[in-house]
Design a binder for this molecule. Structure first.
Ligand SMILES: NC(=O)c1ccc[n+]([C@@H]2O[C@H](COP(=O)([O-])OP(=O)(O)OC[C@H]3O[C@@H](n4cnc5c(N)ncnc54)[C@H](OP(=O)(O)O)[C@@H]3O)[C@@H](O)[C@H]2O)c1
Length: 342
């Protein structure tokens, strides 16, 4: 079986390797023939050693798969060969709050093998049925990006119709957040450093307000444009952006702190939080229970994941570099099937 390995010492060290195909399944495990894998900003961090440091020994890269069940363990009743599945990003986080032992089961980092492989063994309880209308490339975008957006907008954001939701940039998490916000009947403000991407988001996703996050005055302008501020923030940038997003909030808003695109250190004005009674919550994806809820919502919605580009199996390093260049809109995907021999 072919797979891509990373040792966390830089993108240049990402390499194609052969590993024995998995054979023995434990009672509650499933063998998945992988069709597609989507890449996340996190995968860049892992390959670069900025997420858990060097991986010694090297691990299989990647976090998000869509595939077909090839075989099931003796006690698996929820899935059967032929089912199309996607993986929850934690091999074990059934429901409720995350625990330390479950946190160590996040795939594709911190010593845990990922899914950028032709076959993957996964616990049956952490697999969900793929929404039928989605292609493998579309379905592969759901595990990390869509679940994180769902956690921010739905699970913890509790977004209501008519509210304003702020998302930053046109990457994977943000565009899913914009789509879930629209599904909830909310209005969306989106920032981008590219006017062409902002125009695309207005036309294709019904985004009402766009601005450039590099403009220093954007929080004031956004408060004006939204008649007092936003209700929900999907903060994927961190760093100085968190302080600015808090300034764009109205009373009682909910801020999901998710990412570090602008840095890991933030200086915030405590009075911004106090005066406006803002709730801030760190998001680290969500449980399998929430993953199933999200898959049900997607199956009955018109939402289609935004796939920017699909790379063949032979071009995985190029796919990583393309994601790193931040020219994409939405998600970057690897067609794993293109590497299967039959
Ligand atoms: N905590 C969690 O559970 C969790 C889960 C998933 C992701 N994350 C984190 O969330 C962040 C986004 O992940 P992703 O996979 O969606 O990334 P991505 O697809 O690579 O998104 C990159 C986009 O973000 C925008 N961006 C870049 N720098 C920015 C800045 N300083 N301020 C605002 N926007 C900026 C750019 O959009 P434009 O080109 O339009 O400007 C860029 O194209 C990462 O930090 C990732 O580690 C966290």
């Amino acid at each position: 079986m072919q797979c891509y390995l990373t040792d966390g010492r830089g993108l240049d060290t990402l390499r194609l390797a052969d590993r024995p195909a998995p054979v023995d399944l434990a009672d509650h495990e499933v063998l998945v023939r992988v069709q597609a894998v989507s890449l996340n900003y996190r995968d860049l961090l892992v390959a670069d050693g900025r997420y858990g440091g060097p991986q010694d020994p090297p691990i299989i890269a990647g976090s998000d798969l869509a595939g077909v069940v090839a075989a099931v363990g003796r006690h698996v009743t929820s899935l059967k060969p032929g089912d199309r599945v996607v993986n929850a990003p934690f091999r074990c986080w059934p429901a409720g709050s995350l625990r330390r032992d479950w946190a160590a089961t996040f795939v594709g980092g911190q010593g845990v093998d990922g899914v950028l492989a032709q076959s993957v063994v996964y616990p049956a309880a952490a697999l969900g049925i793929c929404p039928p209308k989605l292609t493998p490339s579309e379905a592969a975008t759901l595990p990390v990006a869509a679940l994180t957006a769902w956690a921010a907008v739905v699970t913890h954001g509790r977004t209501r119709p008519g509210e304003w939701v702020l998302v930053h940039g046109t990457g994977g998490v943000s565009l899913f957040a914009a789509q879930f916000a629209r599904l909830a009947g909310a209005r969306v403000a989106l920032s981008s450093a590219h006017s062409s991407k902002a125009d695309w988001a207005r036309q294709e996703l019904g985004i009402e307000h766009t601005f450039d996050y590099r403009d220093a005055d954007w929080p004031r302008d956004l408060r004006r444009a939204t008649g007092g501020g936003v209700d929900v923030v999907v903060e994927v940038a961190g760093g100085p952006s968190l302080h600015q997003s808090l300034q764009a909030c109205r009373y009682g808003s909910r801020v999901a702190v998710i990412g570090v695109l602008a840095g890991t250190e933030s200086q915030i004005n405590v009075f911004d939080l106090i005066r406006h009674q803002i709730s801030m919550r760190g998001i680290y994806m969500e449980s399998t229970e929430e993953f199933h809820s999200m898959l049900s919502a997607l199956a009955s919605s018109q939402i289609r994941p935004i796939v920017d580009r699909v790379f063949p199996w032979s071009d995985v390093p190029a796919a990583y570099r393309y994601l790193q260049a931040q020219q994409h809109i939405g998600k970057v995907v690897v067609d794993v099937e293109s590497g299967h021999i039959n």
